[in-house]
Design a protein around this ligand. Structure first.
Ligand code: ADP
Ligand code: ADP
Length: 219
């Protein structure tokens, strides 16, 4: 599970994230909802060990991400898919990632299939991909190590309606098999269809959190 406890991140005098606490439990999808600039990416980067907190803690299965024995096998991460692997083909990008993680390269074909990137797409360079294809490749990368936890920042960006519907099914299935999912969006409709719990953030602070049905009943 993911446990975020009183997490704060300042940039100079600017506070990006302030005193944020929440849990994500196995078997659930947690939707992390808030407008652009609310602090979602900064929080997710702290969970994944990419941005050090100013104070507070973020752990996965009881340890900070950087202290996990083989983090890619425990947590699948998708942050800013638009920035990744531009010069490689989709298949090369995943093959390199598999080698780094110590994952059997046969798994590359499996995850490409699972995210709907066929052989022709896998042979093209990532710089020629649409944002939706990059999101699919980013999700394939996240799934490569067969993790129990997924941390996905705005995974629906750039997906067409069919792609969004497909991704919801994949995340629902992942959680129904006991996985833990944290996904962010600036759009309620993208999280409400798949999330069990909502954590709502604005201006770096938690505005509300709880079961989706109870939160939306009060909205
Ligand atoms: P306390 O009961 O003292 O609030 P917890 O460790 O239970 O301490 O909760 C810490 C934070 O995590 C709180 O903000 C709480 O709302 C939130 N939280 C507690 N349980 C869950 C859960 N199952 N899923 C998501 N968030 C949770
Ligand atoms: P979101 O993901 O919800 O759009 P972010 O976490 O990206 O929000 O940003 C939260 C706030 O922190 C914003 O005001 C943003 O400008 C600021 N911020 C994020 N990263 C940095 C950084 N590296 N340096 C300075 N300010 C930053």
């Amino acid at each position: 599970m993911i446990a975020v406890h009183q997490l704060t991140r300042r940039y100079g005098r600017h506070t990006a994230v302030e005193d944020v606490s929440f849990h994500c439990e196995p078997g659930t999808v947690t939707g992390f909802l808030g407008p652009n600039g609310a602090g979602k990416s900064t929080t997710m980067r702290m969970i994944c060990g990419l941005t050090p907190p100013t104070s507070g803690t973020a752990t996965v299965d009881g340890r900070p991400y950087r202290h996990l024995p083989n983090p890619g096998r425990i947590v699948g991460v998708l942050l800013d898919a638009s920035a990744q692997h531009a010069g490689r083909t989709g298949r090369e990008a995943l093959t390199v990632a598999a080698a780094t993680m110590g994952v059997d390269r046969r798994r590359v074909g499996e995850v490409l299939d699972r995210v709907g990137l066929g052989p022709a797409a896998a042979r093209r360079r990532v710089r020629a991909y649409s944002l939706g294809m990059r999101q699919r490749l980013g999700l394939a990368h996240a799934l490569l190590g067969d993790p129990r936890v997924l941390v996905l920042d705005e995974p629906a960006n750039g997906l067409d309606p069919e792609g969004i519907f497909w991704m919801r099914g994949l995340l629902r299935d992942f959680a129904d098999r006991g996985g833990t999912v944290l996904l962010s969006s600036h759009l309620l409709r993208e999280v409400e269809a798949v999330a069990d719990r909502l954590v709502v953030i604005g201006g770096g602070r938690i505005v509300a959190q709880g079961g989706k049905d109870e939160l939306l009943a009060g909205a």
